[in-house]
Design a protein. Structure first.
Length: 459
């Protein structure tokens, strides 16, 4: 179920950082004379005496072991050529090898060698001469404390889905009515629109392959720019097949460029860690939600300085109420566990206020701006509800509703409603592998013709 990934990404995309190893410290290393280097751990500056040192030309760090552990309320000890660090009753064994150095009687250890203990990504803020360590578990603990039902939902170990069929339907309606066509800022905004649509997605998955078909029907778009962009179509189709190392895509939007052929690509080009086949991708989707693709994507965050922890913590605090136990609830009906997520206008306004407070954008708001803001608030209607049903330890169905309306006097009325439902069935029952298209039916996604087709679609 894609909701799991989307909701998790929405809330915690700022807070998960993957612990990773730094370059291995060689035995023969010259310590680079440098100014006093500081360490910041989860936003707090650690006072170490002696201070850390830059090594290997300034690309790595040595930290004084005992002062560093003391600052983290941990206790180090050596046993059988292993370093054991105890913190809060938990012991971590670390094989140090030659990643240490004794300087003036003080034992220094390469900081990256302590990654198993720190569970942190290591950054260096050169401008402030500060090593920045951020332990994502701190943020996970905040979620667990302030949104325990949501935490249990996303951290629960669900049974894997290896085979099955799925179906999703979505209905939507968009309406735009200008109150004063003559004063509209553009020709597009001077027209009334009443657009409706429905989307049906079906598919099935075997042990080693999958097939998916999506049909989008649009009504009332003939007098909009979108109609021409879609090649004067009211119906759009997408087909996808995944098999072993390759995936195949086809759409009627590409028929002008490549006819009815399939675009062929391989999973390696997606550049997802550990994913080179469809089975790899499926296994990753079956892993727990916080250690899947979202978790890997966050490892790419690199612009970190001494303010980053505070910024992450502020953003999390501003948003966490959205999934607290008042908004994200759990109930049980027979053999089913049902999670329900509800938000309304007040929640949306609170989120905006919280984010404005972080940015400071509301500090100097004039009386006129405040009145204009009140007008917008009074004109707003918003509510959304989502349910996720768990049966046999598998999330097997979802429902979704979204209602938005903004009615600004002497300007316009805009309305958007979306309703959808999705379900899995025939879960983990035998399903034959899907036969991929033949060589004569495909065109490689990197071919010039395919690239031109994709460019035409995206632009």
């Amino acid at each position: 179920m894609k909701f799991q990934k989307k909701l998790t990404a929405f809330l915690i995309v700022f807070v998960l950082f993957l612990a990773s190893a730094m370059p291995v410290y060689a035995a023969e290393t010259n310590v680079v004379p440098a100014p006093v280097i500081k360490i910041q751990y989860n936003g707090k500056t650690l006072v170490l005496n002696p201070s850390p040192k830059l090594i290997n030309g300034g690309s790595d760090f040595l930290v004084p072991l005992k002062p560093f552990c003391t600052a983290l309320k941990a206790k180090p000890q050596w046993a059988n050529k292993q370093l054991i660090i105890e913190q809060n009753g938990v012991k971590t064994k670390i094989t140090i090898g030659n990643k240490y150095k004794i300087i003036n009687g003080t034992t220094y250890v390469q900081l990256s060698a302590l990654s198993d203990f720190l569970h942190s990504q290591i950054y260096y803020d050169r401008g402030h001469k500060t090593i920045v360590l951020i332990n994502y578990q701190y943020f996970m603990d905040q979620i667990k404390i302030k949104a325990p039902v949501f935490y249990d939902y996303v951290m629960h170990e669900y049974s894997p889905v290896n085979t099955g069929e799925f179906r999703e339907t979505i209905n939507f309606a968009f309406k735009f009515t200008p109150h004063d066509s003559a004063s509209a800022s553009s020709e597009t905004l001077s027209k009334a629109y009443d657009i409706k649509g429905d989307i049906t997605i079906t598919g099935k998955m075997s042990e080693n392959s999958a097939i998916c078909n999506a049909v989008i029907n649009l009504y009332g778009i003939e007098n909009t720019p979108l109609y021409a962009e879609l090649g004067n179509r009211n119906q759009i189709t997408f087909d996808m097949i995944a098999s072993d190392k390759n995936f195949y895509l086809k759409s009627n939007l590409l028929e002008t460029e490549i006819g009815t052929k399939w675009l062929q690509g391989d999973f390696a080009m997606l550049e997802q860690d550990g994913v080179t086949t469809f089975k790899d991708l499926k296994n990753q989707q079956n892993s727990d939600l916080l250690n899947s693709d979202v978790y890997s994507d966050l490892n790419t965050i690199s612009a970190v300085d001494i303010n980053t922890f505070k910024e992450i913590n502020s953003a999390l605090s501003a948003m966490l109420f959205l999934v607290d136990n008042e908004h994200f609830t759990c109930s049980t009906t027979g053999a089913e566990t049902i999670y329900t997520w509800k938000l309304n206008k007040a929640d949306l306004l609170k989120l905006v206020a919280n984010l404005n407070q972080i940015s400071g954008s509301s500090d100097d708001m004039s009386l006129t701006e405040m009145l204009e803001m009140k007008e917008l608030v009074d004109a707003l209607v918003f509510d959304t509800t989502m349910t996720i049903t768990i049966k046999d330890n598998i999330p097997n169905s979802e429902t979704f509703s979204f209602n938005f309306q903004m009615n600004i006097p002497e300007a316009f009325l805009v309305q958007l409603t979306i309703n959808g439902q999705a379900s899995l069935f025939n879960i983990n029952t035998p399903i034959p592998d899907i036969t991929p298209p033949s060589a004569a039916e495909v065109i490689n996604i990197n071919d010039e013709q395919a690239l031109q087709a994709l460019d035409s679609l995206l632009n």
